[in-house]
Design a protein around this ligand. Structure first.
Ligand SMILES: [Zn+2]
Length: 302
């Protein structure tokens, strides 16, 4: 065999090796999470055994998002879709209607989820009806642990050779989150009695878990503008027992800063989906906790 023969053979061998190497990469499982918090949980479970894709850009509101053609394509091509449910991502209800049940985890429907007590919004006398329970379920760390366990089981069915890894990852995540949960409960105990209002009614799971004293919200969902009567009630309850008014990175209601100033309230910022430089689920919770601690702390003697 001459030079070219060797060249050809080694080239073919190389090409063959490259193909073999490429195959596992192409066959990697693809998990699509609707929003960043779910993607962060999924990332903990899959490790390097699968790819996690986040559908929504972090700057988008999960309550209302226009899907692009490329999004529809991705929804069809991935192995597993993890979302909260139509109660939060209503825009996904129709596109996901065509997807096989075994390719879908609807977190809102999982048995064993924890739900905040309904009394949290008793101070509100607005005339809107609560349509179901608070869908921001990832803000209770126990729910994140439940989602990770369900995800590990489902991934093990899809890729049995990685089952032990998925299970171990989920267990490690659960242990870390349980520890963090205890730490947050200790930290937040000092501000439990301090009244505050949130921008949108999306923190019930966190507020309920740590027994915080939410007295009102500005608007039910970010897209809805508060009415005059609601704003009047908000002002009254905050004047009586509020120290802090929490806004959100992408939503500004006119007049809120003015109201806060008039009532001598601190202004805080809450970021429920970890839009701001958060790279793990634990960080998302820590950041929320820090926001509460900072805004609710007593600063009168400073
Ligand atoms: Zn929300």
């Amino acid at each position: 065999m001459g030079y070219w023969g060797h060249f050809l053979r080694s080239s073919l061998a190389l090409a063959g090796a490259a193909l073999l190497l490429a195959l596992p990469a192409q066959a990697k499982l693809q998990v699509l999470a609707s929003i960043k918090p779910l993607a962060l949980i999924a990332q903990e479970v899959v490790g390097d055994q699968a790819d996690v894709i986040t559908l929504l850009p972090v700057t988008a509101s999960p309550h209302d998002y226009p899907l692009k053609m490329s999004d529809h394509k991705r929804l069809r091509s991935v192995d597993l879709v993890l979302w909260v449910g139509p109660e939060l991502e209503s825009f996904l209800a129709r596109p996901l209607g065509n997807i096989a049940a075994d390719k879908l985890i609807t977190s809102y429907q999982l048995a064993g989820l924890h739900w905040p007590d309904e009394v949290a919004s008793d101070h509100q006398h607005s005339n809107h009806k609560h349509s179901g329970k608070d869908p921001h379920i990832w803000l209770d760390p126990r729910n994140a642990v439940l989602i990770s366990a369900v995800l590990a089981t489902r991934l093990a069915q899809l890729q049995p050779e990685s089952a032990a890894i998925f299970r171990a990852n989920a267990q490690r995540f659960a242990a870390a989150v349980q520890l963090l949960d205890q730490q947050l409960a200790q930290q937040l105990a000092s501000v439990k009695e301090v009244g505050f209002a949130v921008y949108h009614e999306g923190y019930g799971h966190f507020v309920g878990r740590y027994g915080l004293h939410q007295v009102a919200y500005v608007t039910y969902t970010p897209e809805r503008r508060p009415g005059a009567r609601h704003l009047q009630e908000l002002r009254e309850v905050l004047a009586k027992e509020g120290r802090c008014l929490f806004m959100e990175p992408y939503y500004k209601a006119q007049g809120m800063e003015v109201m806060a100033k008039t009532l001598n309230l601190q202004i805080g910022l809450l970021d429920p989906i970890g839009e701001q430089q958060v790279s793990s689920y634990q960080q998302l919770l820590q950041q929320l906790s820090q926001s509460f601690l900072t805004c609710l702390a007593d600063r009168r003697d400073h």
